[in-house]
Design a protein. Structure first.
Length: 100
């Protein structure tokens, strides 16, 4: 199960957060999202835990809690909706004749 975390203190690193979630079970992956230009944490991230029951327990126990002075929100990550679209940013002419 993929978990979304927001409200993270900027100084929290991935190793520390992996250890915290590891208290609830196996952590398959973890990523703190960082600013492209500065490399500084943006205060949110994702954790993937393979055992759903352990992930739900982590969400239940950590959501709304205090983490190094910040109130964090922890929830099941929602899949991004596929907006589809084939937009290429230009218009095509509808031609009836084929040119080779």
């Amino acid at each position: 199960m993929k978990i979304f975390i927001t409200g993270l203190p900027l100084e929290v690193g991935e190793d520390e957060l992996t250890a915290v979630f590891g208290d609830f079970g196996q952590v398959k992956s973890l990523r703190i999202i960082k600013d492209r230009e500065t490399g500084q944490s943006r205060g949110f991230g994702f954790v993937e835990m393979p055992v759903e029951e352990e992930a739900k327990e982590a969400i239940k126990r950590m959501n709304g809690g205090d983490y190094n002075g910040n109130r964090i929100k922890v929830a099941e990550a929602q899949e991004k909706p596929n907006t589809g679209g084939a937009g290429g940013g230009f218009k095509r002419n509808n031609r009836t004749e084929k040119s080779y």
